[in-house]
Design a binder for this molecule. Structure first.
Ligand SMILES: [Zn+2]
Length: 276
């Protein structure tokens, strides 16, 4: 398609993302030409999903992993996808490298090591390749996310606070972190819609005093937020690391978390968006 047309489509998509409205299923605003309809750009900015600090004291551990594993084939209470397109989870193209950058200037000593370990774990679980582009001074916020599919930015992971990031502004003290993602895709007007996550940013609240590792730690928080980056939402099962309140006894990805991550990973196949 022409550059002019591409630009107008991108602007239409940007208008949709700024208000956080799902473009999926929306009435096509642009009439396709009769001869050869050009693919319409579709996009969606993710909703906000705060991660909460547990309020109660850790309970006695009574869970076992075997029943959870048995439930996986029949229920999705243990994992949930942030965004579905035609019944399929929207995910990164796992066949291309995901670049990332960090801002640990306001984070704890050792914060970068925690980020790198979290990225390595998510990469291994999903079969994706992550490339570290180095540090940045950019603060994680919604405005960091690209508004057009032609803009590429590395996933930004970093510590911020309510004064510097809209992702944390006005949030209660019990919120540990926030992730936002954006996906872009195309709708050919013939019933084929293909989209892929194209960018994400994670804001960790520097005002929370968490240990680097263990239960209710930065490590657990980072894994949770990276789960959002990959396309997971909060499941109803409160024992999963992806639960909306960080489980008090959990230090690592659980069976449901792993199952969900596998479904958005390399083993689910490549996601090739036309023109991307
Ligand atoms: Zn969350």
């Amino acid at each position: 398609m022409s550059l002019t047309r591409l630009r107008s489509l991108a602007l239409a998509a940007a208008a949709l993302t700024t208000v956080g409205v799902a473009a999926v299923g929306a009435t096509p605003a642009l009439a396709a030409s009769a001869a050869s309809p050009a693919p319409r750009v579709i996009s969606q900015l993710s909703a906000e999903h705060p991660l909460w600090l547990p309020k109660r004291k850790p309970a006695v551990i009574t869970t076992t992993t075997a029943p959870q594993a048995a439930l996986l084939s029949t229920t999705s209470s243990q994992y949930k996808f942030s965004s579905l397109l035609d019944g399929q989870p929207v995910r990164w193209n796992p066949c291309t490298a995901i670049h990332w950058t960090s801002n640990t200037a306001r984070g704890p000593v050792g914060g970068l090591d925690v980020l790198k370990a979290g990225v390595a774990k998510i990469a291994a679980q999903t079969g994706t390749t992550w490339v570290y582009d180095g540090a940045t001074a950019t603060v994680p916020s919604t405005s960091y996310l690209p508004k057009t599919p032609t803009t590429n930015r590395p996933v930004l992971l970093g510590w911020a606070d309510g004064a510097t990031s809209d992702l944390l502004a006005g949030k209660p003290a019990g919120v540990l972190g926030m992730t936002r993602t954006v996906w872009f895709g195309t709708d050919d007007g013939q019933g084929t819609r293909i989209a892929a996550t194209r960018a994400a940013t994670v804001a960790l609240d520097r005002t929370d005093r968490l240990p680097l590792r263990g239960a209710v730690s930065w490590s657990a928080t980072v894994l949770h937020e990276l789960g959002h980056v990959m396309g997971l939402d909060h499941p109803s099962d409160s024992r999963q690391l992806m639960a909306s309140t960080l489980p008090a006894n959990v230090t690592d990805l659980q069976a449901g978390d792993r199952a969900g991550l596998t479904r958005v990973g390399r083993s689910a196949g490549c996601v090739n968006v036309p023109g991307a």
